[in-house]
Design a protein around this ligand. Structure first.
Ligand code: ATP
Length: 951
């Protein structure tokens, strides 16, 4: 409300009652517009009763328009008829007030903006008045008193007043007294006296001094709003009300409720500042027109008195408006009402006038008059409002009373202080308990989450370890597979590598299965990661939870606990991962041991077998037993492999050309790079490695027989045939040493080479005999070392030549048997050493100074290697083979056959001999192995086939 010293005027429009609502047009809606005959759109008319219109339209909180133009012009024309030119059809008058409440306003809305702002002034000693003005039946009583369910201004004001008194009770003492009266027919009646009590004739008398007072009024001292409410209800019940034509519950009197406040400070001083104020809440009787109310008799007299008093009020308002603050005569004394409101209207008082109006056109004139009345009241300029206070000087006699009061006050304050400190201590204690409980709860939550997540996260860590191991294994397997080469129809891969590939592929598949995104291990790792994230989020959430309640120490405590749980979880994960890796390592160790034992036992058995086969005579039983033993070994190996890798080494059927044993070149280190070209068998990795492995026979021949000519041979870079002393025979190096697989010459001196280049035709027969004798040795359990073994030759001091073997056989058997295993083991375990002792790469232009020389015993034996009497018959031919002769290039077909020929078959051999050699090819694989040193794929074969040439 406006703070200027004027009367604040608020207008409240009551909602239409049921009678009016039935006659008022509905709010226009686009859905139910209809087209009138004249072409205007309008809302449908109500068909029953006299039509009414809305005469007030609220535009905003302060402005209303009285009698606005009807938007439905056609209906307006029909209702109001023809308006002559120049006449104003609508009043369309705008009124500006301090506040306008539309029909939908609630009681509390009215209270909040009218009476409530006055309450603060009451405690400071400022008088205040709220009165409701308006025609009869416009809602004054409803606004002031309200109903049981919807209390009005009085109840709401008193409730707020007592609440403020309660709030200020530590500072001030407030005495509240209430009076309730009515002015009926210019007679003041006390509404708080019990019914039947004697009342002075002519009513109560107004005494006017500094203040206006009504003598002998009953004063009540309510302490709550409820008590005030009961007071008002009781007073209203005693108030004169009569049904009129305009209002069934028409108030026939002006009711005045006065609340007197006396405020004193709670300090005990010699002088006290007492403040006094009065809040008057007045429900005026409604102005009424006799024609409208159709009152007769007593009601008419009541109405006349009401109008008289209201007229006096209007006169006072007019006078106050015209005075403009000047001191002029205001006719307060014309009525009891104006006398009572003297200080409220023009005195030291803050006044709010609530103007109640009806919304319908049946109250057109009343509403108009009321608005005009209110507009005039709005223009009243009151005096500057001052506070009502008095300084009370204490009399000495009152000091004792003051001291007592002070003592009581001190005691009261002490008890308050004690209770306050107790409350504070209690609060601190409670807070500590809460903080402790909160910290404990946080720790329990973290521990619970840790326990929930531990298993899954440990499992994930273990899976990570497994995954790491699988990845490492897969890399190794892939590297090994790359060394073997791709499996395409064009590429040639030896059978043992095929077998190895077949062993590796399922292993790779198994590892890839583990590493796949949809594998169980990966799923478990993902689940573990999710759990880990949730665990971390939970720790964060716990650390940030209810931080405002916790002190710094508690927050730090929780943060450290969270860190501890996190570390604990990381330890669990690390342990699980370590355990998984340990398990894998253990398994690998077992596998390594098993593989080592497989390799050792296999090697040992292979050595035994090879030796047995080498020594085998025509006894088929020995070969069978060896075969059975090998099969037994293979089966045992398969069992071990199955337990290790899940499946055995896949079996295959080796062809004659691709026998695994014949083509085996040894296990390649994984660091060797995979071959790039594998289209030709010679380009395969195994070929590349084993191509350097040449038969020692030729190397021995060359190094031992004509070492001084090697340099010459290298310099010439030609294929030469060395003639022996008698000019017969030849040594063909071209096919083995100087021509590589691709046909290009190289400087490498291969001391191996084809047996066919220098071995005589009887060599095969002598070898067969040799094998037969070895078989006999095996059968008789008196096996002797192979004569091919240089160690064997070295071992017996007496056996300086192979030629003496026949004579010394019986005497030396025991010593040979004792040395054989070691010799075989030594040879098999050092295949590359052996080959290197017979094969050497020499750069172009360099002499073969690095070529190892054969031991003298070997060289001697080489010269005396004419085994048996057949050898003596071929002496001249063998010697002739030592002669250097030009050599025809050896056919590529001939080289793999490795027949012991000194000249190429195509050039020198007769068809008969050629067929004989061909028949040799048809022999058993075992015999082929004995005579196939040029199948340079396998060092074991090399070991077997290297023996007869230089012995
Ligand atoms: N804001 C309102 N909301 C609901 N009903 C209302 C409202 N104002 C008035 N009324 C109703 O209108 C009728 C007349 O109201 P009320 O008796 O308060 O008028 P009045 O101005 O006091 O009349 P009178 O001067 O004759 O005493 C009552 O039934 C009342 O319930």
């Amino acid at each position: 409300m406006d703070a200027t010293p004027t009367i604040a005027v608020a207008v409240r429009i009551r909602p239409p009652n049921s009678w009016e609502a039935a006659r008022l047009p509905e709010v226009p809606s686009f859905d139910d517009v209809s087209l009138r005959g004249e072409g205007n759109l309008c809302t449908p008319r109500k068909t029953t009763g006299t039509p009414l219109t809305h005469i007030v339209r609220v535009t905003d909180k302060r402005l209303l328009i009285f009698d606005p133009p009807d938007e439905d012009t056609a209906r307006a024309f029909k209702e109001r008829g023809f308006w002559p030119p120049g006449t104003k059809r609508y009043k369309d008058r705008r009124f500006l007030f301090d506040r306008v409440f539309d029909v939908g306003a609630h009681q509390r809305d009215v209270f909040e903006e009218t009476a409530k702002p006055l309450l603060d002034g009451l405690f400071e000693g400022f008088n205040a008045t709220v009165f409701a003005y308006g025609a009869t039946g416009c809602g004054k009583t409803y606004t002031i008193s309200g109903t049981e369910d919807d209390p009005g201004l009085i109840y709401l004001t008193m409730a707020e007043l007592f609440q403020q008194i309660e709030d200020k009770k530590d500072e001030v003492r407030v005495d509240v007294t209430v009076t309730f009266l009515e002015i009926y027919n210019e007679e003041i009646r006390d509404l708080l006296v019990q019914p039947g009590s004697p009342t002075p004739k002519g009513g109560l008398v107004i005494r006017e001094d500094k203040f206006v007072q009504v003598s002998h009024l009953t004063e009540l001292r309510p302490s709550t709003a409820e008590e005030v409410k009961e007071i008002v209800l009781a007073g209203n019940a005693r108030r004169t009300q009569s049904p009129t034509h305009a209002n069934e519950t028409s108030s026939r009197s002006h009711a005045v409720l006065q609340i007197h406040l006396a405020t004193a400070p709670r300090t005990a001083d010699t002088t006290e500042l007492h403040k006094m104020a009065t809040l008057s809440i007045i429900d005026l009787a409604g102005s009424e027109r006799a024609s409208a109310t159709k009152n007769m008799g007593e009601r008419m007299v009541e109405g006349a008195n009401i109008n008289k008093s209201l007229l006096a009020l209007g006169s006072c308002i007019n006078a106050l408006c015209e005075s403009g603050g000047r001191k002029i005569h205001v006719p307060y004394r014309n009525s009891k009402l104006t006398r009572l409101l003297k200080f409220s209207l023009g005195g030291n008082c803050k006044t709010v006038m609530i103007v109640c109006i009806a919304p319908a056109s049946n109250h057109f004139d009343d509403t108009h008059n009321t608005l005009v009345y209110a507009e005039r009241a709005k223009k009243i300029k009151t005096k500057t409002v001052t506070a009502n206070f008095i300084n009370v000087d204490r009399h000495v006699g009152q000091y004792v009373e003051a001291i007592n009061r002070l003592h009581a006050e001190v005691a009261e304050l002490k008890s308050k202080l004690a209770s306050k400190s107790n409350a504070e201590a209690e609060s601190i204690k409670r807070k500590r308990i809460e903080v402790k409980a909160e910290v404990n709860r946080a720790k329990i939550d973290m521990q619970t989450k840790l326990d929930e997540s531990r298993e899954i996260m440990a499992d994930g860590a273990a899976c990570a370890g497994t995954l790491y191991a699988a990845d490492a294994r897969l890399q190794s397997l892939r590297t090994r597979l790359a060394l073997i080469g791709p499996s395409s129809p064009d590429s040639y891969i030896p059978s043992h590598l095929v077998a190895e590939r077949n062993l590796l592929l399922p292993l790779i598949e198994a590892e890839e299965k583990i590493l796949r995104d949809d594998s169980a291990v990966q799923t478990r790792i993902r689940r573990s990661n999710n759990t880990s994230n949730m665990f971390a989020a939970m720790l964060r959430a716990v650390c940030e939870r209810r931080q405002n309640k916790l002190d710094e120490v508690s927050i730090e405590n929780i943060a450290l606990s969270a860190q501890l749980k996190k570390t604990e979880m990381e330890m669990t994960q690390a342990r699980a991962e370590t355990e998984a890796l340990k398990t894998v390592t253990d398994r690998y160790s077992e596998q390594f041991v098993t593989f080592a034992s497989i390799l050792a036992s296999t090697n040992a058995l292979l050595k035994e077998s090879s030796q047995a086969l080498l020594c085998d005579s025509q006894e088929p039983g020995s070969i069978t037993s060896v075969g059975l033993a090998l099969k037994k070994l293979a089966d045992a190996n398969d069992v071990s492999l199955t337990s290790l890798v899940g499946h055995p080494a896949f079996s295959y059927t080796p062809s004659v050309d691709s026998s695994t044993i014949l083509s085996f070149t040894g296990h390649l280190p994984s660091t060797v790079k995979a071959p790039v070209h594998r289209n030709s068998p010679r380009n395969s990795l195994s070929s590349q490695v084993t191509r350097k492995l040449k038969s020692p026979r030729k190397s021995v021949t060359r190094t031992s027989i004509v070492p001084s000519r090697r340099t010459h041979v290298l310099k010439e870079k030609k294929s030469l045939r060395w003639k022996d002393e008698v000019g017969q025979g030849s040594l063909d190096d071209a096919s083995s040493s100087n021509v590589d697989a691709d046909g290009s010459a190289s400087n490498r001196i291969s001391v191996g080479g084809s047996d066919s280049d220098w071995e005589d035709e009887r060599a095969d027969e002598s070898v067969d005999r040799f094998i037969s004798s070895m078989s006999t040795c095996v059968k008789l359990k008196k096996s002797r070392s192979s004569r091919l073994d240089p160690g064997f030759l070295k071992a017996g001091k007496d056996m300086s030549t192979l030629g003496s073997l026949a004579e010394d056989e019986e005497t030396s058997q025991s010593s040979i048997l004792s040395q054989r295993p070691a010799l075989l083991t030594d040879r098999v375990n050092r295949p590359f050493d052996v080959s290197q002792s017979f094969s050497l790469d020499i750069p172009k232009g360099r002499s073969s100074v690095a070529t190892p020389r054969m031991p003298s015993a070997l060289r001697t034996s080489r010269r005396k290697s004419q085994i048996g009497p057949v050898r003596s018959e071929k002496t001249s031919r063998r010697r002739s083979s030592l002669l250097l002769q030009p050599l025809q290039p050896t056919s590529p077909i001939e080289k793999p056959l490795g027949g012991a020929r000194r000249v190429p078959m195509e050039s020198t051999r007769s068809p008969a001999k050629r067929s004989k050699r061909a028949s040799l090819l048809g022999r058993t694989t075992m015999s082929m192995r004995h005579r196939a040193p040029v199948l340079d794929q396998n060092i074991n074969v090399y070991s077997m086939s290297s023996k007869p040439s230089w012995k």
